[in-house]
Design a protein around this ligand. Sequence first.
Ligand code: ZN
Length: 174
Amino acid sequence: MLDKKLIDKIVEKQGDLLYTTLAEECTELAQACCKINRNKFLKKDIKDNLNNFFEEICDVQINLQAIKQQVLKETGMSSTEYEQYIKTWEYIKKDKLQNIFIGTSIEELYNKLSKAGYIDKDTLEPIACMYCGSKELEDRDFYKEECYVVEYSKYCKRCGKKLGTWSYGNWESF
Ligand SMILES: [Zn+2]
């Protein structure tokens, strides 16, 4: 936990600047995320990027705590009221997280992917890479049975990720 005195000092010194500072810290966090993504794409080590990421996360959290004091000061809201507001958002946060990680059925996922233009709506065949957006795809890993292809996979030509497998007439893509 942050020292209350330190937060009071920040609030007093920075005042309105806090909002700008938070926006800047968020931008830096976004940049840290982009760096991770880029290095993953280039297949480089992301250890240093992760350090940078945690540093930025920490800065954003410090600013959020400081801005809380600023909001209390500006609105005259009590700390308890503030916590109640946050609680409401906690429920929404839980809902959102659930949707991202466990609430999404495979049908919903396919629906989202086809709406976003990554897979064909009817056949579920990949038409664009869901990792890098490229439309240059290639078929590989052909598997034959008695001269007939019964299975093959689709890969992204740009980033090399496997996007789906066609097996005995059906696509499994994600
Ligand atoms: Zn790709």
